[in-house]
Design a protein around this ligand. Structure first.
Ligand SMILES: *Cc1c(COP(=O)(O)O)cnc(C)c1O
Length: 344
């Protein structure tokens, strides 16, 4: 097959910002060290691009969710540095974990039994301190199945760390009450937002995800966390639209006067959802407002401020996550993970 022509969309990745964000979070974690949540292909920003940067910045504790995510991260780091958050609920998963050498995060008594019966070995243990998602209850820790586990990281997960909620202190207290009663090597509670809750929440290891990739879950991060992802796309076409003509599906935009417009090679199939309607692209400091409905593969923009642009010129979508979240009513997490796989 001949080579595929270059893509008309790309995801700019500021590697220096990614590394700086990890270092900031590691420093904010005080005496604890920061790991990295790298699930969902590094929150949509690609393991192949982010993992080497995080590793070279000094990170050595990595968290994925699925067994299918393990292989891609093992291209960059040793198996002993990887935890799989969804754990092992059947023998096939346990056999895979042991063969590869990564640690399952044991999330229930059932999982503890599966892991032990398959031969056991080093694992992590998730305590449910109140989120009621995954994890064993504090009342279950005396169970011999739990007491016999060989636990590296004893962890729990905060439900409301991005808010000043009384729930944070309640979860901290519930987790602390468990710590003396389960043998383990290290304890871990804080996600990105939890790091800002203070030293009590840091334990031995923190598990930031969102803030590594430029998310700002609490105001404490506003001045220190840098944008990492920069979506860009080329214009497929420029065209003149007559006064009174309409643009796009359902004729949702009508030109109030003759207009010059551009067709951007980006759409909701790439994760630029219809809730972006009314926002703008930029070319340098010139704004190119979106017109009408966003399509699957295209977004039409007003070129009034940039009439010199033509086919093949690149435009950028402002993607500062707190601003983009306000604009679209999507969460900062969603804005990262929806970015589609057509980005180069
Ligand atoms: C995703 C995840 C994290 C990272 O959370 P952020 O809010 O993105 O920092 C940490 N711990 C667990 C258990 C997770 O599932």
């Amino acid at each position: 097959m001949p080579d595929v022509p270059p893509s008309t969309l790309r995801l700019g990745l500021d590697e220096a910002a990614l590394a700086a964000n990890w270092r900031v979070l590691d420093a904010m974690s005080g005496t604890a060290r920061a790991g990295a949540a790298v699930k969902a292909d590094c929150y949509g920003l690609r393991v192949v691009r982010c993992l080497p940067v995080l590793r070279d910045a000094g990170c050595r504790d990595f968290f994925v969710a699925h067994w299918s995510e393990v292989e891609s991260v093992l291209a960059y780091i040793p198996a002993s540095q990887v935890s799989v958050l969804h754990g092992v609920f059947d023998a096939a998963q346990a056999a895979y974990a042991r063969a590869v050498g990564v640690r399952p995060v044991i999330d229930s008594l059932h999982q503890a039994r599966v892991w032990s019966e398959s031969g056991g070995g080093r694992c992590d243990l998730m305590i449910d301190s109140g989120i009621n998602r995954l994890g064993i209850a504090p009342s279950e820790i005396a169970d011999p199945l739990v007491q016999s586990l060989d636990i590296q990281v004893l962890m729990s997960h905060l439900a409301c760390a991005d808010e000043d909620s009384a729930m944070n202190a309640r979860q901290l207290a519930a987790f602390r009450a468990v710590i003396p009663h389960v043998a383990h090597r290290e304890a871990s509670l804080a996600n990105s937002a939890g790091i800002a809750l203070g030293a009590d929440y840091h334990c031995d290891l923190t598990r930031p995800g969102l803030a590594l990739y430029g998310g700002v879950p609490r105001s404490e991060f506003a001045d220190t966390i840098r944008q990492v992802a920069y979506p860009e796309a080329a214009l497929l076409q420029v065209r003149d639209v007559a006064e009174g003509a309409t643009v796009g599906y359902n004729a949702a935009f009508t030109a109030p006067a003759p207009m010059r417009v551009g067709v951007v090679s980006l759409g909701y199939a790439d994760g630029i959802m219809r809730s972006w309607a009314g926002a703008h692209f930029v070319h340098g400091d010139r704004r190119l407002p979106m017109l009408g409905k966003l399509s699957m593969d295209m977004i039409v923009v007003d070129l009034a401020q940039a009439p010199d642009l033509h086919e093949g010129d690149w435009v950028s979508l402002p993607y500062l996550l707190p601003d983009a979240a306000r604009q679209t009513a999507l969460s900062q997490y969603e804005l990262l993970t929806v970015l589609g796989n057509r980005f180069g």
